[in-house]
Design a binder for this molecule. Sequence first.
Ligand SMILES: NC(=O)c1ccc[n+]([C@@H]2O[C@H](COP(=O)([O-])OP(=O)(O)OC[C@H]3O[C@@H](n4cnc5c(N)ncnc54)[C@H](O)[C@@H]3O)[C@@H](O)[C@H]2O)c1
Length: 252
Amino acid sequence: MTYSFKDKKVFITGAARGIGRATALAFANAGAIVGVNDINPVGIDTTIELIEAAGGKATAYMADIANKLSLQSVMYDFIRDAGGIDILINNAAVEASSDFLKTDEFEWNRTMDVNVKAAFLATQTAARAMKDTGGGAVVNVASTSGQMRGLPNRVAYVTSKTALIGLTKATAEALAGYNIRVNAVCPGIIRTEPIEQVMKGTDLLDKWQADIPQGELGKPEDVAAAILYLASDSAQYLTGQTLNVDGGKVMR
Ligand SMILES: NC(=O)c1ccc[n+]([C@@H]2O[C@H](COP(=O)([O-])OP(=O)(O)OC[C@H]3O[C@@H](n4cnc5c(N)ncnc54)[C@H](O)[C@@H]3O)[C@@H](O)[C@H]2O)c1
C-alpha cells in the first residue's frame, strides 16, 4: 500500500541510519517535505543523498535532542522553513547495555533524556504549531521490549520504552481535541546496525528467529511502512495505540 503525503511537512528524529532513515526515505518517496534530525552528520548527509537520488526533498536539522534548547531550536527552524509541521516521528533512541547492579546515573539519565524527555518536548513543540493549522499526527517509535518480559541488561532502555508507550497514551488524550493523533509502533527485532553488532559472532540469529512466528527478523522498511500508515489519513480514527511490528513475536 502506498500513501500520498504530497507537501506534508514531516520531522523525523534519529534519521541518520536504520529505521529513521528508512522512514525518511518512505515519506520523501510519498511526496513529503522532510526534515531529518540526528547527531551524526555523515549519516544524515547519506540519508539526504539517498532521498535526493530518488527525486525527493529533505533538509538536515542537526541537534542533540537530549538538549531542550537545541531540539526546540531545530524544530522552530523546520517549522519556519517548511511553513508548518504536519507529522512528527519520535524515532531517535540510545540503548546502552549494562548489568543492572552497575548501571549508573549517567546511563539512566541519558537514556531517559533521549528516549523519553525529547519525545515529550518534541511533541509539545510540534503540537503548539499543529493546533494552529488544523491538527496533525505524531508517531513514537517504542519497542516490544516495553511490553514483554524485561531484558536484564537493559533496565534503563526497557523502562524508557515503557514510558514512551505511556507518553503516547497521555498525549493522545491531551491532544485529541486539537485533531492531533498520537500513536506508537513497537518494532520487534529489526536488522539495523545495533542488532547486527549484537549478533556478530553469536548464534543469536537462529535463537531469535526460532522465537518469531514469521521466522525472520524485520527490516527497517517494515517499520517505516507501519509508521506511514499510522501517520496517514487511513488511520484517522486511531489514537493512543501501539502497533507491534515484530513478525508475531508478541501477540496481545
Ligand atoms: N532495531 C531494532 O531491532 C529495534 C527494536 C525495537 C525498537 N527499536 C527502536 O527503533 C528506533 C530506531 O532504531 P534503530 O535500530 O534504527 O537505531 P539506530 O541506532 O540505528 O538509529 C538511531 C539513530 O538515532 C540517533 N540518535 C541517538 N541519540 C540521538 C540524539 N541525542 N539526538 C539525535 N539523534 C540521536 C543515532 O545517531 C542514530 O542515527 C529506536 O527508537 C529504537 O529504540 C529498534
